[in-house]
Every structure is written in structure tokens, then in C-alpha cells.
Design a protein around this ligand. Structure first.
Ligand code: PLP
Length: 403
């Protein structure tokens, strides 16, 4: 922050305030203009009064912005708000969720290091680990998400990171984050959690013991399907490395997108509560339907990790996956019969979305990789939005009728 700014004053005033207040206020630095909204700094660089001022800023002798690949006040506000909401020491924003995962591994791992990844992660995450990190000499192995003993025995002397999505995409599997963090730390590894499905409104992995949290901000943090972004949050020690990589390599977030995410965060908790309520109602209803063979939603008593979800999360999330009769053809007929719900692979939108993971988000995986991740041909995923749940149920009923 430039010295002309009243940096930090508001943040110290926020000591001990509630989540909802942080979601609206954290990271907001008042400028001399005293504007009330979050200011958007659409600038690539910053000007200095003199050559000496420029040199002092570049050397770090005087704090302040020099170039938007390094820092931008709007992006900084978003980062500070996320850090406050996650209970992390620091956060740094990225161009996409994938860029967040890339930045963590690039900054913390070297050739010869080993990473353990839960089997049930987002398709592009598996591709990133399999096709790219392995090419640079990073060893990658996969472990079933929920089995703590499996994680423990798979850790090797060169294991640097354990990477999980909890809940996972699309099957809503969970891992006990506190227990896994203890296992990782006992053997000198770090635990990274993709918290995309829960957001800090429902789960704060750092508070549970994880070292690093990554997000696709494209999802619920935006909340209205407008733009792409990501964020990494964690302790200063590791974040220093992540920030260094981002500033050099450049997958940084645009200030325009950061401004949208700041606005999204202001309503995050309200939206997540509404998403969860509708998802719960639809999951319970789907479970009663003849054409549905299985529903994957941690809010259901039938979910094997329902008790863990109750303990670890403040809600069960918006994503409901279910298997229908008739394999892939049945799933496609179901999807095509809907009229209201959007057929798209995105999630976290106010508009409910429906997708066939086997041929979209996880379509690039080899059949055996899909099988190992439990993605069956009959699987459909909905990400429940903010429409009236009665209308959503009526639309899903059209799908069922087409089976
Ligand atoms: C759990 C999860 N992590 C990461 C990503 C990647 O995010 P992005 O599309 O913003 O790169 C996604 C995208 O769907 C996701 O679902």
C-alpha cells in the first residue's frame, strides 16, 4: 500500500468481529477521497514523484505499489478479505483456480519431491499433476480421500505436499482435515485443501490444521458466473514462496475481477445458506425417486460421512450428485429434458447448473482414471443455485420422466 493510504486502520478495528462483518469490511482501506464503495484500480503500473521515490519503492525501502503483476490495491483488498475469512496469515490472488494450484506446487516443490493427491479431485487438477508436474520430475501418487491409514502409509521421506478436495468434486466425499493435517505434519509434509465447494462460509481448513487453502474464486466467491479467478491462503512462511512465484511468473488476478469477488464476498454467507437449504431439500427428494439409484450429498443421513460433515462444516454445500437408471444414455436423456436448469460444467452460480461429469469436467481422464475416481457414466451433478426450490424440483422431475 502507498504511504498516502490509511492502510491497516480499518483492519485493526475489525479485531474479533463476526464472519459476516469481515465479509463486507475486511481489506477495505480508505483513501484520502473517503469513498464508501470498494475502489477499482484498473491500472497496470504506478507513477512516482521522483526517480528517487521510484528507486525506494522498487528496492522495498518504501512500501507501495510498483506494477500490477506484483501488487494492485483492489487485488490486495480481495486478498486481505479472503485471509480474514479463512483465518489465514496471508492470501494471494491468482488468475484462475488452476493457477492457484499451479502456483502452490511450483513454489513449494522441486524435481524429486513427492506429492500425494486424493483420487477424487477435479479433472483438470489430475491432468495438471499427471501431465505436467510429472514431466518436471515431481512424483505423484493417489490415495482414496477418506482413508487416513492409506495416507499415512503412502507418505514417503520425499513427500512435500498432501493435496485434497474436501468435499470432493463431484462425489462429495470428505476427509477428516484435522486428522490428516496431524498425519502430514508428523512426517514433515504440508496439507493443501481445495476449499472451493465449501468456501470459508462453511469450512475453514486452516483453522482445522491445514497449511494452505486454494480456491477457484470463479465459483461461489463470485457467485454469479461472471469471471475467473483463484486464491491461495496460508501461513506467511509458505505464502512468501507462493507470492514470489506469482510475481515472477505472472498468473495474477485482474483488478476488475478482484472487485467483482469483493462484491461477491459481501453476500457469500447469505448465498451459501440459501444454496445449502435448497440442495438439502432436492437431495432428500431425489433420494425418494425411483429413477435415482444413489444420491451423493453429505447432508443426507445415508452419506457415510454425514457425522464428519456435521462436525467439520457449517453446511453441506450446493453440489448434489446422483446416479440415474440407464447409464450414460439415461443421464443424457435426464439432462436434455430439463428446461430451466443450465447445462454447463460451471458451478457456484446463482443459476442452477447440471452436468454429466463423465463427458465434461472429467471427460479428459482415461476410463481407468475415471473409474478410480468413482465417476460412473450414470452420474449427474447439479450445483444448486438461488431459484425457488419448487421450480428446481419441477425441472428435475422433467428429467426423471425422460429416463
Ligand atoms: C474443486 C475445483 N478446484 C479447482 C477448479 C479450477 O478452477 P478454475 O476453473 O477457476 O481454474 C475447479 C473448477 O471447476 C473446481 O471445481
Amino acid at each position: 500500500m502507498s504511504q498516502d493510504w490509511d492502510a491497516g486502520r480499518l483492519d485493526s478495528d475489525l479485531e474479533g468481529v463476526a464472519f459476516d462483518t469481515l465479509a463486507v469490511r475486511a481489506g477495505q482501506h480508505r483513501t484520502p477521497e473517503g469513498e464508501h464503495g470498494d475502489a477499482m484500480f484498473l491500472t497496470s503500473s504506478y507513477v512516482f514523484r521522483t526517480a528517487g521515490d521510484a528507486a525506494a519503492r522498487f528496492s522495498g525501502e518504501v512500501a507501495g505499489n510498483v506494477y500490477s503483476r506484483y501488487t494492485n490495491p483492489t487485488v490486495r483488498a480481495f486478498e486481505e478479505r479472503i485471509a480474514a475469512l479463512e483465518g489465514a496469515e496471508q492470501a494471494v490472488a491468482t488468475a484462475t483456480g488452476m493457477a492457484a494450484i499451479l502456483s502452490v506446487v511450483m513454489s513449494l516443490c522441486s524435481a524429486g519431491d513427492h506429492i500425494l493427491v486424493s483420487r477424487s479431485v477435479f479433472g483438470s487438477t489430475i491432468s495438471l499433476f499427471e501431465k505436467y508436474f510429472k514431466r518436471f520430475g515431481v512424483e505423484v501418487d493417489y490415495v482414496p480421500l477418506a482413508e487416513l491409514a492409506g495416507w499415512d502409509s503412502a507418505i514417503k521421506p520425499n513427500t512435500k505436499l498432501l493435496f485434497v478436495e474436501s468435499p470432493s468434486n463431484p462425489l462429495a466425499e470428505l476427509v477428516d482435515i484435522s486428522a490428516l493435517a496431524e498425519i502430514a505434519h508428523a512426517k514433515g509434509a504440508l496439507l493443501v485443501v481445495d476449499n472451493c465447494f465449501c468456501t470459508p462460509a462453511l469450512q475453514q481448513p486452516v483453522k482445522l490444521g491445514a497449511d494452505i487453502v486454494v480456491h477457484s474464486a470463479t465459483k461461489f466467491i463470485d457467485g454469479q458466473g461472471r469471471c475467473m479467478g483463484g486464491v491461495v491462503a496460508g501461513r506467511n512462511e509458505q505464502m512468501k514462496e507462493v507470492v514470489g512465484f506469482l510475481r515472477t511468473a505472472g498468473p495474477t488476478l485482474s483488478p476488475f475481477n478482484a472487485w467483482i469477488f469483493l462484491k461477491g464476498l459481501e453476500t457469500l454467507n447469505l448465498r451459501m445458506r440459501a444454496h445449502c437449504a435448497s440442495a438439502q431439500a432436492l437431495a432428500e427428494w431425489l433420494e425418494q425417486q425411483d429413477g435415482v439409484e444413489k444420491v451423493h450429498y453429505a447432508g443426507l443421513k445415508s452419506h457415510p460421512q454425514h457425522a464428519l460433515a456435521q462436525r467439520q462444516q457449517r453446511g453441506f454445500g450446493a453440489v448434489v450428485s446422483f446416479e440415474v437408471k440407464g447409464g450414460k444414455e439415461g443421464a443424457w436423456r435426464f439432462i436434455d429434458a430439463t428446461r430451466l436448469i443450465s447445462i454447463t460444467a460451471n458451478l457456484g452460480d446463482s443459476k442452477t447448473t447440471i452436468t454429466h461429469p463423465g463427458t465434461t469436467s472429467h471427460g479428459r481422464l482415461a476410463p481407468q482414471e475415471r473409474e478410480a475416481a468413482g465417476i460412473r457414466d450414470s452420474l449427474i451433478r447439479i450445483a444448486v443455485g438461488l431459484e425457488d426450490v419448487v421450480d428446481l424440483q419441477a425441472d428435475l422431475a422433467r428429467g426423471l420422466a425422460a429416463l
